[in-house]
Design a protein around this ligand. Structure first.
Ligand code: GAL
Ligand code: MG
Length: 943
């Protein structure tokens, strides 16, 4: 057989240094046929001249073309952009009568050095035939797959000729209906590789009982041995008989996207006296506890879909272009790429291995526009082709550590041929996972993958607590033109739910082709070439322009996925390392305080080394004593040394927070004591107790005087008003009055006088399936206790609730309230005009209005601060970073009366009143929907 079976792509080298440098062009055994070829453009294969078939090349009237390149971008035919629709009749059995055909021809000199010569095509769109020295070698198809022929017997030492006939349309075009420009020709490298006795080489890293090994499988007809190098140092060696050899890697350095440690196995072919280097990484991909894990750690994909595209050369990309583009992606903090929707130029994976990117390698298979007739996945005729496309991809790309998932293709429905394809992949490579979005029931896929799913639908599935395959969004955030919005909202749900493991923005780059006009160059979309079937601007949907200038959408995405999170309270900052594998070092926290746009202070603090997921100690910023109103604190993390693709001084993350200047209490010794049940923080006279089971504050005490009679809990209910009479049944059905809190995690950090807790809680009713995910940051500092609360409703949640906020059951009654906010009387979102902002004071018996039928009363909106004086024990002082709602009701939730203890409510938002007892519900703009919320309160106690 002259056409080779699918195998790994490799090159022979003649010395170790070049082999380790891994630059194929530097190998003396690599003979590139790239360059200018003779070319003849025809309207159909029926026009191919006899002379061409007969090898009488001089009789042909040649023009020229660049290889690699597309015919349509070099003046032969025109580009056509379609998304789904085929620009030709949907009939794989009959390609169109007019079928652009290119004849390629060139002479080259060659000197055989090793035992056999392989002619390798890395990509020809869509089918081709090749002749060497006038002899037919064979044919090929599968536009984005490698085709190799053994030409040892056809090549001569000295001058040779090669001729190739390429057709634009074929039956295989119907399997290659990706959303992109139809561009044909020899668009990737053509090479003759000189080889010894090695046929194929697969390296599988294996992890067992804390040890890393590699399994090397070779097919060869000669004596081979191998040496493993790490950073140019030999660390292991072995003989490599045909078949499998397993050996241990001492002192292993694992590969992850954040720590892309690469090894090279250098195979020595003694007979040939030459070397074959193959890179690999020590990493394992597996499902643990229904999560996709890399080296045992759950992965969060902050990815992009990337088409191969250059505005001048289409899908023909140089190595420099690929390197600089993938570097740009890595610098943006993106950690994953889906090769939408076909295997990429081989060099792309070398770059991903080196820079550290997680790759979903996708099969060259999309039958989208076929839906108007039949689906190929159901047709046995196509099964062989489905399977072989998958096999060719897996064989070619097997050794790249960056590839963690194989994808069966895109938008081709789902059916038996996919099942066969998946089975073939598992047979060839059980070490990776399988993705296919069309497999809605995850019959063969390891993950549930969807496109463009709404945040609400993601979170609906995520809260189903039964065991289920993880969810990823293989496409989301459609970055067409100005967009996409809500990337932060997506990121929030990715981070909140363990069954949701992130996604891939559609898409990285606009594919606008560059056209020179009288006014200079411009980028054009579908229709620019008069295509009768085209999808217009749908190819202009990237995070960067065709010239790779970042759009605001990319800046937004970079910010949303940045690797550090900032927590701030007054002059205290905590930085969290969001990397999964990387211990960060050589970083500084830079800060700048501005009032009304003017910088008033700034500086930088070194960040200690932070383990993945760790919080920094509390960092105290040296802020001025008095700071004006409306102050903003700008924070950033920067590198101080060159780190991977980041220069020294590169900014990796930034944030801006409103600064809350509060009168500080004196320095005081701070202690933390922890048990399995409680965390207790004492700062001077103040004690704060947090229950590890619920995550709630269970006690606030000043010099021993306890303020709380029960948990300070997030609650949603209040006594119904008469105008609620038609909604109370719904509230009861949703059981909003009986919520259970559960703590999911607590992280603690501190310095000498300040402590911070990062608490994750879930609050949910009994019996029915909805809840609230809470991220609470609790600070105990000189200002008192600052509580920053962020919440997300999920599941079959109520559409509206009466209020959202904390309820503080007191050990005593309230005597009086002194506050700045709306007053003097009560205020609600749709009834507040008679309650101007001001500084007010009222005694308990004047607080609520005595409605004849007892009901909710007494809320004060717009509260900046308040002091709640109690009958005995401590007074409670409240500061809101943003205006709050404040209310005081009886400890039993009833209007204030003769209770022996009261309850304070500090609410982010409260529901409006309306007049629905006989008229309409509140206007929409006043209603309290169950959207995500956040608010901050600072509490301090005075005895
Ligand atoms: C998806 C498809 C992508 C692209 C996108 C729209 O359905 O997988 O290839 O067409 O829509 O831009
Ligand atoms: Mg499509």
């Amino acid at each position: 057989m002259i056409k080779l079976a699918p195998r790994t792509r490799f090159f022979y080298y003649n010395d170790l240094a070049t082999a380790l440098a891994y630059k194929e062009a530097a190998s003396p055994y690599t003979h590139s046929l790239n360059g200018t070829w003779q070319f003849c453009y025809l309207q159909s294969p029926r026009e191919v001249p006899e002379a061409f078939i007969a090898g009488d090349y001089d009789a042909i009237d040649w023009q020229t073309i660049k290889v690699p390149g597309h015919m349509e971008l070099q003046g032969y035919g025109k580009p056509n952009y379609t998304n789904i629709s085929f620009p030709i009749p949907v009939d794989p059995e009959a390609t169109p009568a007019k079928n652009p055909t290119g004849l390629y021809f060139r002479r080259f000199t060659f000197k055989q050095q090793l035992a056999r010569q392989i002619l390798r095509f890395d990509g020809v769109d869509s089918t081709f035939k090749v002749w060497l020295n006038g002899q037919l070698v064979g044919d090929g198809h599968g536009s984005r797959l490698m085709t190799e022929f053994d030409v040892t017997d056809l090549l001569v030492s000295g001058e040779n000729t090669i001729a190739v006939q390429v057709q634009k349309w074929s039956q295989y075009s119907f399997l290659e209906d990706q959303d992109q420009w139809w561009l044909s020709g020899i668009f990737r490298d053509v090479t003759i590789v000189d080889e010894g006795g090695l046929d194929d080489l697969q390296i599988t890293p294996q992890y067992q009982k804390g040890q890393w090994q590699i399994e090397v499988e070779v097919q060869a007809n000669t004596q081979l041995s191998g040496k493993v190098y790490f950073a140019d140092e030999p660390i292991a060696e072995t003989v490599l008989p045909a078949g499998k050899t397993v050996f241990t890697i001492p002192k292993p350095h694992e590969w992850t996207d954040e720590t892309p440690n690469l090894y090279t196995l250098v195979v020595e072919d003694e007979t040939a006296g030459a070397l074959v280097p193959m890179r690999f990484g020590l990493r394992r991909v597996e499902m643990i506890d229904d999560q996709i894990c890399l080296n045992g750690v759950p992965v969060l994909f902050n990815g992009v879909n990337r088409h191969e595209f250059n505005p001048e050369t289409g899908r023909a990309l140089t190595q420099d272009y690929i390197l600089s583009e993938v570097t740009q992606i890595k610098r943006a903090g993106i950690n994953a790429i889906r090769t939408s929707h076909y295997p990429n130029t081989p060099y792309f994976y070398d770059v991903c291995d080196e820079l550290g990117l997680l790759v979903i390698d996708e099969c060259d298979l999309e039958t989208h526009g076929m839906y108007v007739t039949e689906m190929p996945t159901d047709d046995p005729y196509w099964q062989g082709e489905f399977v072989s496309r998958a096999e060719r991809m897996v064989h070619r790309d097997f050794n790249h550590p960056s590839i963690v998932i194989w994808s069966l293709g895109n938008e081709s429905d789902f059916g038996p041929n996919h099942v066969a394809q998946a089975a073939a992949i598992r047979r060839l490579d059980p070490s990776r996972l399988i993705h296919y979005e069309g497999d809605r029931e995850t019959e063969v896929a390891d993950m549930y993958s969807t496109m463009y799913t709404s945040v609400e639908d993601i979170e609906k599935r995520a809260v189903k607590l039964t065991h289920q395959k993880p969810h990823i969004l293989c496409e989301y955030g459609h970055a067409m033109g100005n967009g996409a919005g809500s990337l932060q909202d997506y990121q929030d749900v990715f981070r909140l739910y363990k069954s949701v493991q992130g996604g891939f923005i559609w898409e990285w780059k606009d594919h606008g082709l560059k056209q020179d006009t009288l006014d200079g160059p411009k980028y054009v979309w579908g229709g620019a070439f008069g295509e009768p079937v085209n999808d217009g601007t749908f190819c202009i949907d990237g995070l960067v322009r065709p010239d790779r200038v970042p759009s605001p959408g990319l800046l937004e995405y970079e910010h949303v996925i940045q690797p550090f999170q900032f927590f701030v309270a007054q002059n205290h900052v905590v930085v969290k390392n969001l990397y999964h594998f990387q211990t960060t070092q050589d970083m500084v926290l830079r800060w700048r305080l501005e009032v009304a746009g003017e910088k008033v202070a700034g500086g930088q603090v070194a960040l200690p080394a932070l383990e993945p997921g760790a919080l920094s100690p509390v960092l105290a910023l040296d802020l001025p004593e008095t700071i004006g109103a409306d102050a903003l604190l700008d924070l950033s993390v920067q590198t101080t040394t060159q780190q991977g693709v980041f220069e020294a001084g590169a900014q990796l993350a930034s944030d801006q927070v409103a600064y809350q200047g509060l009168p500080a209490q004196p320095d005081a010794p701070t202690t933390v004591s922890q048990t399995a049940a409680m965390v207790t923080i004492t700062r001077g006279p103040l004690t704060v107790t947090v229950d590890r089971g619920t995550g709630n504050i269970t006690q606030l005490a000043q010099a021993g005087a306890q303020l709380l009679a029960g948990d300070m809990a997030l609650t949603l209910d209040r006594l119904p008003i008469s105008n609620d009479m038609n909604v109370v049944a719904e509230r009861q059905k949703k059981r909003i009055a009986t919520l259970f809190a559960r703590c999911e995690s607590i992280q603690l950090t501190q310095n000498d006088d300040t402590v911070m807790l990062a608490i994750r809680q879930r609050v949910a009713p009994p019996a029915i399936n909805w809840g609230i995910e809470l991220a609470v940051t609790l600070w105990v500092s000189a200002a008192g206790v600052t509580i920053y609360t962020k919440g997300w409703f999920d599941g079959e949640k109520p559409t509206e609730v009466p209020r959202i906020g904390y309820q503080l059951p007191l050990t005593t009654t309230v005597k009086a309230v002194d506050w700045f906010g709306r007053g003097l009387g009560e205020s609600y979102p749709d009834s507040l005009d008679a309650a101007p902002l001001g500084h007010y004071q009222l005694n308990r018996d004047q607080w609520g209005f005595p409605y004849v039928v007892p009901q909710e009363s007494g809320n004060r909106m717009g509260v900046r601060w308040a002091t709640i004086m109690t009958a005995q024990g401590s007074n409670l002082h409240v500061d809101g970073l943003n205006p709050l709602n404040l209310n005081v009701v009886g400890g039993d939730g009833q209007p204030l009366g003769n209770q022996s203890a009261d309850q304070v409510r500090l609410d982010a938002r409260v529901q409006a009143l309306g007049s629905n007892s006989c008229g309409p519900l509140p206007l929409k703009r006043y209603r309290l929907y169950t959207d995500p919320f956040d608010f901050t309160v600072t509490l301090s106690l005075q005895k």
